[in-house]
Write a protein that binds this ligand. Structure first.
Ligand SMILES: [Zn+2]
Length: 264
């Protein structure tokens, strides 16, 4: 990759080439006629490298950019702005916001949590890893989970997307155990568990699927997943120890049930 000084950029501080033919963009141009703080320089370079990897502005819509803008090797107007599954188009802390939108631009310190999800979803550490996407069932207030974002998207089939609880695996990796998903047609509750026999031992529960594989013990880069229970709403699993406060009254923290890989 080449990094060039280009004062002819005028009011632009920098720009970058999009990926082409399966490779990252090959050039970043910097307008050295701007005087910037060190933190701003770091922000600009991280941001431009993001463009060379194919990331558009998180705030492209708020920033008034057209969908088709910047699409390389394409005349299409329909495929130029793809939201990375599980991320949001409004994230004030995102490195990929246009400079005017990022409130941390003058003193940028780190990628946002959603930036990390976007990067790792586009360029996974392992093809077997999947985010544990977390949903809340509108009708009951209880939780539901999938590793396939296309199932419920942001709000499909009575589910509201709430975020993700680390990563689990499609295939069993060393030290991991299955995470089973169950459904109760009577209560319309979902639950996930390391117990393989809930549908055998508890009347009314049906086995749905093995959601993936996670860990039964703590370890490097692992985060705990807590189970919350509400007798009138069901179960909810979260990496947030204080999730019961966000869920409202009547929830009890049943403690750590398994561990997932953290997002970093
Ligand atoms: Zn940009």
């Amino acid at each position: 990759m080449g990094v060039l000084n280009d004062p002819s950029l005028g009011s632009l501080i920098a720009n970058a080439k999009w990926p082409e033919d399966g490779n990252p963009g090959h050039t970043i141009k910097i307008n050295l006629s701007f005087t910037l703080l060190n933190d701003q320089r770091t922000y600009i370079m991280a941001h431009e490298i993001g463009h060379t990897l194919g990331f558009r502005h998180t705030d492209w819509d708020q920033n008034g950019e057209s969908i088709s803008k910047f699409v390389p090797n394409s005349n299409s107007t329909s495929d130029g702005a793809n939201l990375v599954p599980g991320t949001w188009s409004d994230d004030p802390l995102s490195i990929m916001n246009s400079a005017s939108y990022n409130s941390f631009y003058p003193s940028w310190q780190d990628f946002s949590y959603t930036d990390y999800l976007a990067i790792r979803t586009t360029y996974p550490l392992s093809l077997s890893e999947k985010p544990l996407y977390t949903y809340q069932t509108v009708s009951t207030g209880g939780g539901n989970y999938t590793t396939d974002f296309s199932v419920y998207e942001y709000s499909n089939n009575g589910m509201i997307y709430k975020g993700w609880g680390g990563y689990i695996y499609d295939t069993q990796v060393s030290g991991s155990i299955p995470i089973y998903k169950y459904y109760s047609p009577l209560s319309t509750w979902y639950v996930i568990s390391t117990d393989p026999g809930i549908h055998i031992n508890f009347p009314g529960w049906e086995f749905v699927e093995i959601l993936g594989y996670a860990f039964s013990s703590s370890g490097p880069n692992r985060i705990p997943i807590y189970e919350f229970y509400n007798p009138s709403k069901g179960f909810y699993h979260s990496s947030n120890f204080n999730e019961d406060q966000a869920l409202g009254t009547g929830w009890v923290n049943n403690g750590i049930k398994f561990y997932t890989m953290e997002l970093l």
